[in-house]
Design a protein around this ligand. Structure first.
Ligand SMILES: Cc1cc2nc3c(=O)[nH]c(=O)nc-3n(C[C@H](O)[C@H](O)[C@H](O)COP(=O)(O)OP(=O)(O)OC[C@H]3O[C@@H](n4cnc5c(N)ncnc54)[C@H](O)[C@@H]3O)c2cc1C
Length: 438
């Protein structure tokens, strides 16, 4: 049990009337659940999960389609089924969690302030913290679409929640802006619920979602995907009545005279996700401007020792299976940190810095502590364009140390490369990942 600062006035209590924990996980989505379970399996028992929603499972509870768990369980599960496996395990091993509890502030010295209906304003203390707050969707205001502001315009995730959890149908004739995975999944869902999806308009010349969703959600239902197109007008007073969709040029500017009008009552936006990092920024963690998440090392540890980040709050993932794997790494290393088995000797160790080279948007982790653990290091990244028959090169100070052939790569699909620690011997200072078309 952590017996940290006594000078604070303890106002909080949990189901166990406790406010000091070895590990506190913020967010009870798939990332938080996997991290908490893994920390337990690596020797920590004194763990608390704080979740603002009324149930555990995060966004997966509204994803009732299948396709989850192919890598983790070699099975096709729905979102609630996938989350359910972790919730059952969490409950079986007895990890404490509080629902309806919104974390408001976290300080550098790992003091957490939260509020809930049941317990009011609470303060918790932790030896280590895992940030697993997920992400939210970009709304209309983030992309400045012209036109009037009637009802009937919402994010694809909001529509998903209304339909799959609350049981409300959101519209009959639908235009979807953006070809992110959530938008494409909602194109199929709306069709199955009896709506007519007129088109999915995408400003880029390629889809920003997984190839499998283009096939299974659009092609299989004859829903047109209009690449290099965007909405240039919205009409309607109380409710959306029609939109204009125009072609865009290579600078993403609408091409005059290409506008086509569509009569519709609903517009769903699927135009990107933003990691929920207000708490992270406020506590002073060093952030990555490309991922909009924390900068981490190979243990998923942020710039504040003992504070880890994983899942969509770290960088946007397209498959929850990889969220789980990454979060298990965070959980395992949080346990090592608390139990003092840590391999860190921060004062003496130096870092290898990772860099996104030609054709790559970002690389996670952003740094690798040289006193390495035995673990293989997984580098995660996104290409910035569509590539066929290309290679991913990993270079240590300019020298190629690994080459991976790729028949197809696109920005909508995260790439991963495993690096064996033996490849990082010597005094490499920078590890660069780049795309080669040779
Ligand atoms: C609308 C939507 C639909 C998606 N659909 C799919 C899909 O079909 N397939 C797929 O593989 N992936 C999908 N994703 C991606 C999906 O988010 C990830 O696969 C996975 O859910 C990420 O897990 P996570 O735990 O990081 O985040 P989340 O599942 O978002 O969980 C984060 C949790 O943290 C909680 N939280 C946040 N802030 C606080 C706070 N301050 N205090 C307390 N709790 C907090 C949230 O309530 C939430 O429960 C979707 C994402 C969104 C946004």
């Amino acid at each position: 049990m952590y017996d940290g600062p006594d000078s604070y006035i303890l106002t909080g209590r949990t189901k166990e009337n406790n406010s000091k924990y070895d590990l506190i996980v913020v967010g009870g989505g798939p990332a938080g659940l996997a991290a908490a379970i893994e920390a337990y399996q690596n020797g920590l028992q004194d763990i608390l999960v704080l979740e603002r929603d009324q149930e555990l499972g995060g966004i997966l509870q509204q994803c009732i389609h299948n396709g989850f768990g192919i890598h983790q369980f070699k099975e096709q599960l729905t979102g609630p089924q996938y989350a359910g496996r972790f919730i059952e395990e969490l409950e079986r091993i007895g990890i404490v969690y509080e629902l309806g509890t919104m974390v408001l502030h976290i300080t550098k010295d790992k003091r957490i302030q939260a509020v809930s209906k049941e317990y009011g304003y609470q303060t918790f203390y932790a030896k280590s913290i895992i940030l697993a707050m997920g992400c939210r969707e970009r709304p209309r205001g983030a992309i400045s679409i012209p036109g009037t502001r009637p009802s009937g315009i919402m994010t694809a995730g909001t529509a998903q929640r209304y339909i799959n959890i609350d049981g409300y149908m959101v519209g009959k004739r639908v235009i979807i802006l953006g070809s992110g995975d959530i938008g494409m999944i909602m194109a199929r869902r709306m069709t199955l619920e009896g709506a007519k999806v007129l088109a999915v308009a995408e400003i880029m010349p390629y889809s920003s979602g997984l190839n499998r969703n283009i096939v299974q959600c659009l092609h299989d239902f004859d829903i047109p995907l209009l690449l290099s197109h965007t909405i240039t007008d919205i009409r309607g007073k109380d409710r959306v009545e029609s939109v204009t969709i125009s072609e865009v040029d290579e600078n993403k500017q609408p091409v005059q005279g290409t506008g086509v009008d569509y009569d519709c009552d609903t517009i769903l936006l699927s135009v990107g996700l933003i990691p929920e990092n207000e708490l992270t920024r406020e506590m002073g963690v060093v952030m990555d401007p490309h991922t909009k998440g924390a900068k981490v090392n190979q243990w998923m540890e942020t710039s504040i020792e003992g504070v880890f980040a994983c899942g969509n709050v770290l960088h946007v993932h397209d498959l929850v299976d990889f969220v789980t794997e990454e979060s298990q790494r965070a959980g395992r290393n949080a346990a090592k940190y608390v139990l003092g088995e840590s391999m860190r000797k921060k004062t003496t160790s130096t870092h290898i810095v990772t860099e996104a080279g030609e054709g790559i948007g970002y690389v996670i982790p952003q740094m690798i502590v040289k006193e390495l653990s035995d673990e293989t290091i997984t580098l995660s990244m996104r290409p910035t364009g569509v590539y066929t028959d290309a290679e991913l090169l990993v270079k240590g100070d300019g020298k190629i140390i690994k080459t991976t052939k790729k028949s197809y790569m696109a920005p909508g699909e995260m790439e991963r490369i495993k690096i064996d620690r033996s490849m990082l011997c010597g005094d490499i200072g920078t590890l660069t990942v780049e795309v080669s078309k040779e």
